[in-house]
Design a protein around this ligand. Structure first.
Ligand code: FBP
Length: 706
């Protein structure tokens, strides 16, 4: 570049209009930063007061009582508005040092949690300080933090991501790590530590609350995860927290994109868009996306696991045996369900569509779940026995397969019990290598299987493709031919449609809109044979060109495009619901800290109702724990909530499924939820899952449906 050019471009860049057009600050961002979420009624006045609520009780696991003795009997704390607070005003207004950390995957709204804590804290005592630990719990262990200032908070209000302080998946799970965390808390003179995370991180929060109980460092959890699997009910099924934050935004983001795919595929009618949506285990995101978009096929893991094949059970009973494979679906069965939908739509001329499947689907397929558990155990045992890391010892897939093969062989030769036997090895070796690799992938620090690393969609769609090939060969998978087009094509070619129709189509007389070529016609050769047999052409005549054209239009091409919706949605700027929910969660956190409690999770009750009914509260974490298999051992963790297939929402979804498949002539039932908004309530006021459950409950749909 010449000197003259350089100075030209410099002048150009200095132009204020160009600066504005190319700058990082745009109108949409400024508006977002300025949005002020409304506050729950409880936060109307300066003070809040905690009120223990004995109405809510929990089924306590004995192991939780043993391990978390000082926080196990914590009650639910309601947060109430308080005009005056004479007795404890002094302690309430004391100068506080609070630490906050994000843990696990990002979820839209995290910055507003910080903003809520910060605003409430500063309003009460401007000398209080908030420290953000950097890059997740690792920041606590390494005393790596930043002081959160108003400037930082203002730069991230209502914005997605966890960019302000970052996040990470380190687990504080050993005494050594607990001691490091204690040192950090002491060095910053922390009064309270806030852990914003999912089920595992809130589990961590409870253990830290117990550990720091005697020194008076409070630990408060915040329910974060786009997966939507933190939902809390008490022993009597009373709902305390309907959903974790971030879920709504992620689902809306996926839905907006997937609805665009609906528009795409129904325009050029040539693709099936296969959309895998995040949700490590639970299928809440897939269900909400289905309700937002009405895709043609949606798989819900919890339903697949619940399936019972009555026919197999009956057959086994007749033979005096038990068929365990009759419970839950196999991968093959799932693929057949999809094929069924595809074939039905094709018959109505719709050889395109949208499929939504949850990332964690494999968890619900028995045969795969068994592999996951066995491999979890093998990897954990190897690491423990050899004090090393399985994945570094066996870096390639071949190395890993070799190790498994040796295990199976030893068990066979020595006649000993082994988690991995020859049968497992044989079955595993039939799987495609990319899938084997996925199942052997490294577990996260909490011992969770990393579903996002497995190409679930590829596995299932591979089977779908194979079976569709068989159905094509059998003449079952065919594209329906529109009667009008058939008539025009024949007449334009100078042929009598009435002469050829009954010979060519199996429903020429009965159907008025879409005609299906006979099953016996699966090639040009069989087409000719059929036409000759039906007496419409002579043995030595050629197939008339229009007839061949019509036949070719009936031959389906199965073309797919795969999409993964996850990281994009969890980095999205939050919806009105999540902006408001998280800002109020932040306020709730501060009230719990000021009220002196520990081992509580900040929550908002009545999220399923309209905003006016929202009630902030603290939920004790310890009583929510149960035992779960982690890294080959039973561990005390917060229980994940899965999709309840008896819930009104699921029942309604299930009832609508046939409509959304739209395997009939006419338009599809796609819904356009539109882009995410943070202002105005309308679409972004609440997840549809919550709305339907609430409406169902209110109209006692749930009871009547059972
Ligand atoms: P959290 O439970 O930590 O919020 O994370 C949820 C999630 O987004 C899952 O939906 C997904 O399977 C996983 O994180 C992906 O994790 P990673 O960021 O490690 O790839």
């Amino acid at each position: 570049m010449t000197e003259e050019n350089t100075s030209n471009i410099d002048q150009f860049l200095a132009n204020p209009e160009i600066k504005k057009a190319t700058g990082n600050i745009n109108h949409a961002l400024t508006e977002r930063l300025e949005f002020v979420p409304p506050l729950c009624k409880a936060f109307n006045s300066f003070y809040t007061r905690l009120e223990s609520d004995p109405v809510y009780t929990f089924q306590i696991h004995p192991s939780a009582r043993e391990k978390l003795p000082d926080i196990i009997d914590n009650p639910v704390q309601r947060i109430a508005e308080s005009a005056t607070f004479p007795d404890t005003e002094k302690s309430w207004k004391r100068r506080l040092n609070i630490g906050i950390v994000f843990s696990g995957g990002p979820a839209p709204g995290g910055h507003n949690v910080i903003a809520g804590v910060f605003d409430a804290m500063c309003a009460v005592n401007p000398d209080s300080r908030l420290f953000g630990f950097l890059m997740g719990p690792e920041g606590i262990l390494e005393n790596n933090y930043t002081e959160i200032t108003r400037e930082k908070v203002d730069a991230f209000r209502n914005l997605g991501g966890f960019t302000m302080i970052g996040t990470g998946r380190t687990k504080i799970d050993t005494q050594k790590k607990m001691n490091l965390a204690r040192q950090t808390c002491r060095s910053l003179n922390l009064d309270a530590l806030v852990i914003v995370g999912g089920d595992d991180s809130n589990t961590n929060a409870a253990f830290m609350a117990q550990e720091f109980y005697k020194e008076g460092i409070q630990v408060i959890g915040v329910p974060k995860t786009i997966d939507g699997d933190i939902q809390v009910r008490d022993k009597n099924n009373k709902l305390l927290c309907a959903v974790s934050f971030g879920f709504h935004t992620a689902a809306r983001a996926f839905s907006h994109n997937i609805s665009n795919l609906c528009a795409d595929c129904s325009s050029d009618v040539k693709y099936w868009h296969v959309c895998k949506v995040m949700g490590r285990v639970a299928s809440h995101l897939a269900l909400e996306t289905a309700l937002q978009v009405h895709p043609n096929i949606t798989l819900i893991g919890e339903e697949i696991a619940d399936f019972i094949d009555e026919e197999r059970i009956r057959k086994a009973e007749e033979q005096g045996t038990v068929d365990y494979t009759a419970y839950g679906m196999t991968l093959r069965h799932v693929s057949r369900l999809i094929c069924d939908g595809i074939v039905k739509r094709a018959a109505s001329g719709k050889n395109y569509g949208v499929i939504v499947m949850p990332e964690g689907l494999l968890e619900f397929i028995n045969e795969i779940q068994v592999f996951i558990i066995k491999l979890n155990t093998i990897i954990a045992e190897y690491n423990e026995t050899h004090d090393t890391d399985f994945h570094s010892e066996f870096p390639t897939l071949d190395d890993k397969l070799d190790y498994l093969r040796r295990m199976a062989r030893m068990a066979r030769e020595n006649h000993t019990f082994s988690v991995w036997n020859t049968r497992d090895d044989d079955l595993f070796n039939v799987l495609p290598p990319f899938f084997q690799e996925g199942l052997l992938t490294e577990r996260d620090s909490h011992g969770n299987f990393q579903f996002s690393q497995v190409e679930t969609d590829k596995v299932i769609m591979g089977l779908v493709r194979d079976y569709l090939k068989t159905l094509t060969e059998r003449g079952v998978y065919k594209v329906g031919i529109e009667r009008d087009w058939y008539l025009r094509t024949m007449e334009n070619g100078g042929l009598d449609p009435e002469n050829y129709g009954p010979a060519l189509f199996k429903n020429y007389v009965s159907s008025d809109q879409f005609l299906i070529v006979k099953e016996s016609v699966v090639s040009v050769k069989t087409l000719k044979q059929t036409l000759v047999k039906e007496g419409v052409i002579d043995e030595d005549a050629d197939i008339p060109t229009p007839v061949e054209k019509i036949y070719k239009a009936s031959v389906p091409k199965f073309k797919t495009q795969n999409h993964f919706y996850g990281y994009d949605g969890r980095g999205n700027d939050p919806t009105w619901f999540d902006c408001t929910y998280t800002y109020n969660l932040g306020r709730t956190v501060f009230s719990l800290i000021a009220g002196g409690v520990t081992g509580q999770m900040a929550a908002i009750k009545n999220l399923e109702k309209t905003f006016e009914d929202w009630e902030p509260l603290g939920i004790p974490i310890a009583p929510l724990m149960h035992l779960e298999e982690r890294q080959g051992k039973l561990a005390l963790v917060l229980q994940k909530s899965l999709v309840d297939i008896e819930s009104p929402t699921f029942r309604i979804f299930s009832a609508m499924r046939e409509n959304w498949l739209a395997a009939h002539p006419g338009t599809d039932c796609y819904r356009r939820p539109g882009p995410i908004r943070y202002s105005g309530q309308s679409e972004d006021a609440r997840p549809i899952t919550l709305v339907l459950n609430e409406l169902g409950r209110a109209s006692s749909l749930q009871a009547s449906m059972r």
